[in-house]
Design a protein around this ligand. Sequence first.
Ligand SMILES: C[S@@+](CC[C@H](N)C(=O)[O-])C[C@H]1O[C@@H](n2cnc3c(N)ncnc32)[C@H](O)[C@@H]1O
Length: 215
Amino acid sequence: MLSRRLDKLLCLVPECRILADVGCDHGYVGTEALKRNIAERVIFADISAKSLSKARANCPDELQDRATFVCQDGLADLQCDCAVIAGMGGMEIISILRKAKNLPHMLVLQPNRNAREVREFVSDSYRITQDSKISDGKYYDMIVACICADPPKLSELELEFGADNLSHPTEDFVSYLKKEQTKLTNILHSCGDPDVADRLSRVEKALAICMGGQI
Ligand SMILES: C[S@@+](CC[C@H](N)C(=O)[O-])C[C@H]1O[C@@H](n2cnc3c(N)ncnc32)[C@H](O)[C@@H]1O
């Protein structure tokens, strides 16, 4: 059974002809996308040969003719309609997109950290169409983006928290903000660090917006 994180991620993958599961590791996302006919074909890519063998072994025989397995760094010169890049650091995701020869039309990204930097980088050439915080033991950001000639500029708060989270806050996002507020308040009491105070004030601003304030 898929984890809540992977299940949510998969729900965000649009129907497409060629999906690249970049940093596929076990290959669960790509395999499930084939099973559910979300993608006609999947390119499983991983920098690690060991991970790629896992993906190949986990992909049922009857789906193998719709699957390609490539051991490489990032997207390189792959051609795909959509790329899922999940479960790695945001700076690695940015580096993969920066080095890609062909930018996919759609992206489904789940950075483990540095989501702000990912939003900033992606919003240069993509419109972020969905951006949600998901709880699955930890909190995960899931960002869906569609290539765009004139993408909208995001505010500082939208870069930090995701525009969708602010305009359509989910229970998971509000619980994330409340936990952050408690954690940062405790840290601030013990150290008085102005950076912590700044972050706390942005978290409280986001909470106020979720409770009905203006973005
Ligand atoms: C923690 S796993 C995530 C697996 C899966 N995407 C998920 O979300 O559960 C990260 C995978 O990304 C791969 N990886 C890291 N950097 C990569 C890169 N630049 N190009 C391709 N694969 C990469 C690692 O080898 C590893 O298999």
